[in-house]
Design a protein around this ligand. Structure first.
Ligand code: 2BA
Length: 104
């Protein structure tokens, strides 16, 4: 079994969860925020059978979109520096081996 941790833009997370549920996947959503942008995002946990892993990843990929954000970099010697473009997402995904899965 695998355990997916996916960090997803707040604007996309409802669509991702909807399609995961449609595909028969259970998921749990936590509200989170990125360390750099301090912007709200969502983290979802999905426990999946090994053979279903790619199906779940395809759904997360399909319904997560990347975006460009502008960040203000610290100015040098008081001079204004132009904002820097940062490409955020689609989804940032970690796949972990899940040793045990239990429901009591
Ligand atoms: P943030 O930390 O707000 O980062 C937003 C975007 O800023 C990142 O997009 C990336 O393009 C850039 N960025 C962040 N930290 C950087 C660094 N140290 N050096 C260069 N560029 C950096 P994504 O990579 O798509 O990440 C989107 C969100 O996913 C992140 O939001 C964070 O919440 C999470 N994330 C990304 N990588 C992670 C990691 N290795 N561990 C934990 N969370 C991660």
């Amino acid at each position: 079994m695998k355990f997916i941790v996916a960090i997803i833009n707040l604007d996309d997370v409802a669509g991702v969860i909807k399609h995961l549920t449609k595909g028969g996947f259970s998921s749990t959503k936590l509200t989170s925020a990125g360390g750099l942008l301090k912007e709200g995002n969502a983290t979802i946990f999905v426990g999946v059978e090994n053979v279903k892993l790619n199906d779940a990843l395809r759904i997360i990929d399909k319904y997560s979109h990347s975006r460009i954000r502008l960040i203000q970099t610290p100015s040098l010697e008081g001079m204004d520096s132009p904002p820097t473009e940062v490409k955020v997402g689609g989804a940032t995904v970690f796949v972990l081996d899940c040793e045990q899965f239990m429901r009591f």
